[in-house]
Design a protein around this ligand. Structure first.
Ligand SMILES: [Fe+2]
Ligand SMILES: [Fe+2]
Length: 172
Protein backbone atom coordinates (compact mmCIF):
# COMPACT_ATOMS: atom_id res chain seq x y z
CA UNK A 1 0.00 0.00 0.00
CA UNK A 2 1.48 3.32 -1.02
CA UNK A 3 1.61 6.53 0.96
CA UNK A 4 -1.23 7.83 -1.19
CA UNK A 5 -3.88 5.63 0.37
CA UNK A 6 -6.57 8.04 1.59
CA UNK A 7 -6.60 7.18 5.29
CA UNK A 8 -2.80 7.52 5.38
CA UNK A 9 -3.16 11.01 3.92
CA UNK A 10 -5.94 11.93 6.35
CA UNK A 11 -3.80 10.68 9.22
CA UNK A 12 -0.79 12.64 7.97
CA UNK A 13 -2.86 15.82 8.02
CA UNK A 14 -4.13 15.00 11.53
CA UNK A 15 -0.49 14.90 12.63
CA UNK A 16 0.06 18.32 11.02
CA UNK A 17 -2.92 19.68 12.98
CA UNK A 18 -1.55 18.28 16.23
CA UNK A 19 1.80 19.89 15.50
CA UNK A 20 0.43 23.23 14.28
CA UNK A 21 -1.92 23.76 17.21
CA UNK A 22 1.03 23.19 19.52
CA UNK A 23 3.25 25.53 17.50
CA UNK A 24 0.81 28.44 17.96
CA UNK A 25 1.80 28.57 21.61
CA UNK A 26 5.27 29.88 20.66
CA UNK A 27 4.04 32.68 18.39
CA UNK A 28 2.87 36.26 18.88
CA UNK A 29 1.63 39.18 16.81
CA UNK A 30 1.38 38.90 13.05
CA UNK A 31 3.05 35.50 13.01
CA UNK A 32 0.38 34.20 15.36
CA UNK A 33 -2.40 35.75 13.29
CA UNK A 34 -1.04 34.28 10.06
CA UNK A 35 -0.47 30.83 11.57
CA UNK A 36 -4.00 30.72 12.96
CA UNK A 37 -5.54 31.87 9.66
CA UNK A 38 -3.63 29.18 7.79
CA UNK A 39 -4.56 26.50 10.31
CA UNK A 40 -8.25 27.43 10.31
CA UNK A 41 -8.31 27.33 6.49
CA UNK A 42 -6.63 23.95 6.51
CA UNK A 43 -9.18 22.58 8.98
CA UNK A 44 -11.93 23.60 6.55
CA UNK A 45 -10.23 22.03 3.52
CA UNK A 46 -9.72 18.84 5.52
CA UNK A 47 -13.35 18.71 6.64
CA UNK A 48 -14.82 19.27 3.18
CA UNK A 49 -12.42 16.77 1.61
CA UNK A 50 -13.57 14.16 4.12
CA UNK A 51 -17.21 15.08 3.49
CA UNK A 52 -16.71 14.52 -0.24
CA UNK A 53 -14.37 11.54 -0.29
CA UNK A 54 -14.47 9.66 3.01
CA UNK A 55 -17.80 9.95 4.81
CA UNK A 56 -20.09 9.19 1.84
CA UNK A 57 -18.33 5.84 1.40
CA UNK A 58 -18.28 5.18 5.14
CA UNK A 59 -22.07 5.61 5.04
CA UNK A 60 -22.73 3.77 1.78
CA UNK A 61 -20.25 0.91 1.86
CA UNK A 62 -19.36 0.39 5.51
CA UNK A 63 -22.87 0.59 6.96
CA UNK A 64 -21.70 3.74 8.70
CA UNK A 65 -24.60 6.18 8.49
CA UNK A 66 -24.54 6.76 12.21
CA UNK A 67 -20.78 7.30 12.21
CA UNK A 68 -21.13 9.67 9.27
CA UNK A 69 -23.77 11.69 11.11
CA UNK A 70 -21.44 11.88 14.07
CA UNK A 71 -18.47 12.91 11.92
CA UNK A 72 -20.42 15.67 10.17
CA UNK A 73 -21.79 16.88 13.49
CA UNK A 74 -18.21 17.09 14.77
CA UNK A 75 -17.07 18.96 11.66
CA UNK A 76 -19.75 21.56 12.22
CA UNK A 77 -18.73 21.84 15.88
CA UNK A 78 -15.11 22.37 14.78
CA UNK A 79 -16.30 25.04 12.29
CA UNK A 80 -18.15 26.88 15.06
CA UNK A 81 -15.25 26.55 17.50
CA UNK A 82 -12.78 27.90 14.93
CA UNK A 83 -15.10 30.76 13.93
CA UNK A 84 -15.51 31.72 17.62
CA UNK A 85 -11.78 32.50 17.81
CA UNK A 86 -12.32 35.57 15.65
CA UNK A 87 -14.73 37.03 18.23
CA UNK A 88 -11.70 37.80 20.39
CA UNK A 89 -8.73 40.09 20.17
CA UNK A 90 -5.69 38.23 18.86
CA UNK A 91 -3.59 36.83 21.69
CA UNK A 92 -6.02 37.84 24.46
CA UNK A 93 -7.04 35.36 27.15
CA UNK A 94 -10.39 34.90 25.44
CA UNK A 95 -8.66 34.29 22.12
CA UNK A 96 -6.42 31.60 23.58
CA UNK A 97 -9.35 30.00 25.36
CA UNK A 98 -11.23 29.82 22.06
CA UNK A 99 -8.18 28.39 20.24
CA UNK A 100 -7.64 25.77 22.92
CA UNK A 101 -11.31 24.84 22.75
CA UNK A 102 -11.06 24.41 18.97
CA UNK A 103 -7.93 22.34 19.47
CA UNK A 104 -9.70 20.04 21.93
CA UNK A 105 -12.86 19.60 19.84
CA UNK A 106 -10.68 18.80 16.83
CA UNK A 107 -8.39 16.45 18.77
CA UNK A 108 -11.32 14.42 20.09
CA UNK A 109 -12.78 14.18 16.61
CA UNK A 110 -9.51 13.10 14.99
CA UNK A 111 -9.03 10.40 17.60
CA UNK A 112 -12.52 9.07 16.93
CA UNK A 113 -11.90 8.97 13.19
CA UNK A 114 -8.63 7.14 13.63
CA UNK A 115 -9.91 4.65 16.19
CA UNK A 116 -13.52 4.05 15.19
CA UNK A 117 -14.02 5.17 11.59
CA UNK A 118 -10.86 4.21 9.70
CA UNK A 119 -11.03 0.46 10.46
CA UNK A 120 -14.55 -0.19 9.08
CA UNK A 121 -13.80 2.09 6.11
CA UNK A 122 -10.66 0.12 5.28
CA UNK A 123 -12.53 -3.16 5.61
CA UNK A 124 -15.26 -2.01 3.23
CA UNK A 125 -13.34 -0.07 0.59
CA UNK A 126 -10.65 -2.01 -1.28
CA UNK A 127 -7.00 -0.97 -1.66
CA UNK A 128 -7.27 0.18 -5.24
CA UNK A 129 -10.24 2.40 -4.53
CA UNK A 130 -8.60 3.87 -1.42
CA UNK A 131 -5.53 4.72 -3.50
CA UNK A 132 -7.68 6.42 -6.13
CA UNK A 133 -9.42 8.35 -3.36
CA UNK A 134 -6.01 9.39 -2.07
CA UNK A 135 -5.22 10.95 -5.46
CA UNK A 136 -8.53 12.79 -5.32
CA UNK A 137 -7.70 13.92 -1.77
CA UNK A 138 -4.46 15.49 -3.03
CA UNK A 139 -6.15 17.07 -6.04
CA UNK A 140 -8.84 18.54 -3.78
CA UNK A 141 -6.17 20.13 -1.60
CA UNK A 142 -4.46 21.62 -4.67
CA UNK A 143 -7.75 23.08 -5.89
CA UNK A 144 -8.75 24.58 -2.57
CA UNK A 145 -5.54 25.92 -1.11
CA UNK A 146 -6.27 28.30 1.78
CA UNK A 147 -9.90 27.13 1.59
CA UNK A 148 -10.41 29.01 -1.66
CA UNK A 149 -13.84 28.32 -3.10
CA UNK A 150 -15.17 26.74 0.12
CA UNK A 151 -18.03 28.43 1.96
CA UNK A 152 -17.16 27.45 5.53
CA UNK A 153 -20.87 26.78 6.03
CA UNK A 154 -22.15 23.84 8.06
CA UNK A 155 -22.34 20.54 6.21
CA UNK A 156 -25.62 18.65 5.96
CA UNK A 157 -25.62 15.00 7.02
CA UNK A 158 -28.20 13.85 4.45
CA UNK A 159 -26.26 15.52 1.65
CA UNK A 160 -23.00 13.92 2.72
CA UNK A 161 -24.61 10.48 2.97
CA UNK A 162 -26.08 10.88 -0.52
CA UNK A 163 -22.91 12.23 -2.16
CA UNK A 164 -21.77 10.24 -5.16
CA UNK A 165 -18.04 9.73 -4.97
CA UNK A 166 -16.44 9.44 -8.41
CA UNK A 167 -14.72 6.14 -9.12
CA UNK A 168 -11.15 5.77 -10.23
CA UNK A 169 -7.91 7.66 -10.13
CA UNK A 170 -8.40 11.23 -11.42
CA UNK A 171 -4.83 11.35 -12.76
CA UNK A 172 -5.05 8.41 -15.18
FE1 LIG B 1 -13.04 14.82 10.22
FE1 LIG C 1 -9.96 14.11 9.83
Amino acid sequence: MSDFEITALVLAEHEIFRRDFGALEDLTGQELADAWTALAARLEVHAVAEEELFYPLLAQEADGEEETAEGVHDHNAIRHAAAAVDDHELGSDGWWEAVRNARQVNADHMAEEETDFFPPFKDAVDDEKREALGMRWLAFHDEHEEAEGLSGEDADVAEVVATEVPEGDPTV
